[in-house]
Design a binder for this molecule. Structure first.
Ligand code: I24
Ligand code: DGL
Length: 264
């Protein structure tokens, strides 16, 4: 008898960073993923649409017998976490709590930067989370709307990306930050470039790792961690083209995957 699944959703393929971390830290768990590629990006969308679309994916995933749901998209977490939590019969977590906690653990002088989409930055969800834990930390937020298209066009390799990322991060120079939260699924792909621009003394926070740890904590508390052998029967859904999705998933996860199309 196989156990229940962890549901993971995102506006597109970016949430695969969380899936990869779950595979690494929790190899016995079974995942069902939904990527809303047909309606991606969520970064610049009206908030009520982001809330509706996120709940729609969450309710779709429920039929796969979920033990919990993870909103792997920073934008959807910022705008829809509480909305979805109130409407789902299973525990729901996002990436902003784990990312904020990781930054607070990492900061030496309490000077934290956060970069994300326009929606994520405007929501102020990251500064609110951080200040709830430590009100005296300085938090500087910056929307970087050019960086998602940069990654999706494959321009995240060092040489091509350097000048574009430098321009995007200009207003963070001189802020004397010691920690920078990569508050968008796509930014970890730019990590080497961002490190070069911000300087080696700045710790970069990728929420995926901390999110997988939080999943582990939640499942442990529910006594729902899988104990059987390693499990590979994962399921992936996209509202976009399954072939395109599969190509990126195989590349990113390093394993073959079953991808199905679902149209809302
Ligand atoms: N990375 C992302 N999105 C894309 C892309 C990419 N194309 C190349 N790479 N496209 O996000 C978005 C639109 N597609 C998605 C699939 O269905 C059709 C529409 C970042 C992904 C983070 C896991 C670059 C690329 C890649 C493989 C792995 C990682 C990566 F080709 F960034
Ligand atoms: N997944 C989104 C995020 O983490 C980035 C892509 C989008 O705008 O939908 O904020």
């Amino acid at each position: 008898m196989e156990g229940k699944r962890i549901g993971i959703l995102d506006s597109g393929v970016g949430g695969l960073t969380v899936v990869r971390e779950v595979f690494r830290q929790l190899p016995k768990e079974r995942v069902v993923y939904f990527g809303d590629n047909a309606r991606c990006p969520y970064g610049p969308r009206p908030g009520d649409e982001v809330r509706d679309f996120t709940l729609q994916m969450a309710e779709y995933l429920l039929q796969y017998d979920l033990k919990m749901l993870v909103i792997a998209c920073n934008t959807a977490t910022a705008l829809a976490l509480d909305y979805v939590k109130d409407r789902l019969p299973v525990p729901v977590i996002g990436v902003i709590g784990p990312g904020s906690r990781a930054a607070i653990k990492a900061t030496a002088h309490g000077r934290i930067g956060i970069i994300g989409t326009i929606n994520t930055v405007n929501s102020e969800a990251y500064p609110q989370h951080i200040h709830k834990i430590n009100p005296s930390h300085y938090v500087k937020s910056l929307a970087c709307p050019t960086l998602v298209p940069l990654v999706e066009q494959g321009g995240y390799k060092k040489e091509e990306a350097l000048e574009e990322v430098r321009t995007a991060l200009q207003s963070l120079q001189g802020e004397n930050l010691d920690t920078l939260i990569l508050g968008c699924t796509h930014y970890p792909l730019l990590q080497p470039v961002i490190h070069q621009i911000m300087g080696e003394q700045v710790t970069l926070i990728d929420s995926a790792e901390e999110t997988a740890r939080e999943i582990s904590t939640v499942l442990y508390q529910l006594n729902q961690l899988e104990e059987a052998e390693r499990n590979d029967s994962h399921l992936f859904f996209t509202s976009g083209d399954p072939k395109d999705f599969e190509e990126i998933a195989v590349d990113w996860l390093g394993t073959s995957v079953i991808v199905k199309h679902h149209h809302f």
